[in-house]
Design a protein around this ligand. Sequence first.
Ligand code: SF4
Length: 424
Amino acid sequence: MESCQLDDLHITINREGSREFAKVSYPVRYGRYSEIRTPDYLFQFNLNGEIKFIQGLGKTWPDPLEWLKRTAGNDWVYYSTGGYSGVYDSFGEYYLPCPSYVTNAIYVNDPFHDKAVSSAITAWEGLQERIRQMALGSFPAHIKEFLVLAGTNGPDKLETRSRTLHELTGGRITVLPPDTRHVDYEVIPIIVADGCLYRCGFCRIKSKQDFSTRTRQNIMRQIQDLKAFYGHDIRNYNSIFLGNHDALNAGTELLVFAAETAYEIFNLGSSNVNGANMFLFGSVDSILNADNAFFDALKGLPCKTYINIGLESADQTTLKAIGKPITSLMVEQAFARLLEINKIYENIEITANFLFGDLLPQGHLASFIKLTEKRLGMPYGKGAIYFSPLVNSGSKQNRGMLRKFYKVKAISPLPTYLYLIQRL
Ligand code: SF4
């Protein structure tokens, strides 16, 4: 760590943050980073000199415990404590990420309407211009290096870089698995398969493509290009997302190839953050087709695996209403299988999504309760259930849904949370 003061700016480079992702109710930073403190803001930068966090220090900032984060996809997300609204109970995290785009949040909370929040982003743009000028001056070598890097990363460059990221994988990641909350959504995306099996009627993120896997060459190219893209900051990552909507259906060989190659080329074993994780989505068919040999292969990987299965509903009428071409019997079998895998494999966790909405048929929630009661005699701590609200963020009608969610959560024998859709 090295610091210097220049007028009203206090610059610190190579700060050491936490080496473990943790669920805490105060601001924490992971890996290594640099920062510039001004009288009004704390600006924090990743190892590429790109702005990553902004925290207001003045009286107008909504809450001294809250901050803004910029994702690799160049979205600003505001981390809110949620006041007294039970964020931890709802999401399993102490902070509610509020993205600057429309998503499925039940909470009515748009911090981007707060002038203090939008001013913080404008303040960074002003600071960035100042850094560009300062970088021409003389400083100790490492500070100068940081200023030169940060001076090149203005808003236009960051926008271009996010487009590059999306081009490398073949398009924006429209939804990350809910389990990526365990690493604050900090995952490097690698697409192993496109499309999905079902093209459900209700789904707003489905692609037009039929399911098809990528070739090994394509996956290798992505991994090499992504290593170059993430640059110095790759040392701050310990997790990958194997996409897209049903990577589980890509089969053992391709998944193991992608995971092992990424682990080695990204050097995840030497990350600034301990542990390594792999996240992916799966479908009812793909989990039913995956035998124990498949999970034995995943078990041998040097990372923990989280697989999120879209079950949506255990009620046949609801499945028909949402246009999902599977049966309630298949959902029941898939649910039984995920419980079995969670019990057998310590480093594999399968979680499940169910839909949540006022307009779903009456039997939907009742069938969920019946399914979990039938399969689990007592509470079980592994294998979260995520309820995905069928709403747009900001709607005032969402409040009643929250009360309904808490009722279901209270009787669910598994850890039960709301699924907040986030893109990359
Ligand atoms: S919910 Fe999943 S399986 Fe259904 S269309 Fe969307 S991505 Fe495909």
